[in-house]
Ligand binder design. Sequence first.
Ligand SMILES: [Zn+2]
Ligand SMILES: [Zn+2]
Length: 215
Amino acid sequence: MKLTIMYDNDVYKKDIGLKSDWGFSCLIGTADEAILFDTGARGNILLSNMEKLGIDPRMISKIVISHEHWDHSGGLQALVPLVGDVELYRLGKKSPSENMQLVSAEEPQEITEGMYTTGRLKGPVDEQSLVLKGENGWYVLAGCSHPDVEKIIDAAKQYGNIVGLVGGLHGFNNFSILEDLDFICPCHCTQHKKMIKELFPRTYIKGGVGKIIEI
Ligand SMILES: [Zn+2]
Ligand SMILES: [Zn+2]
């Protein structure tokens, strides 16, 4: 499985005109599908970054919106005319268009082979996270982690041993629960990136737009 970060507060791959902005989006390529996790805040930035990364929106088969904050769902509208018929997994009750078929993400379920959603996790803002099967174990992909990282990892464990964590971690500071992970890539809204880097120098991975992660 291949993850490409397309929208983030930082740029990873410099010099090709990628833009940073407050928000998050990541494309997940599997053997058969391209699945978009979150859409960033602004459609024009999302589309510009996609183009520079050589990603054609028409190859997207499913879209997952982690939670109903503008910096994760804001780019959705701009994709309407560019994608074909896609399934839209979101906690919100609305699809912006007929070609985006709403699928309820309330319950944990398989999205495609080796990819599951935690379903709705309660928090200050409710959220769903993805659980992805990598070569060496399972990875969690989170938007903002509003329900709390520990709660998300606990929910993800129903699918297998969690070895990696990618995404926005917000104010998370219960660092000891990261000790067992082999791969920690804090992105987007993570407030304690520096601390995580210092505490876990061997497993910390720098994120940003253009970062490609093979799991
Ligand atoms: Zn966010
Ligand atoms: Zn949020």
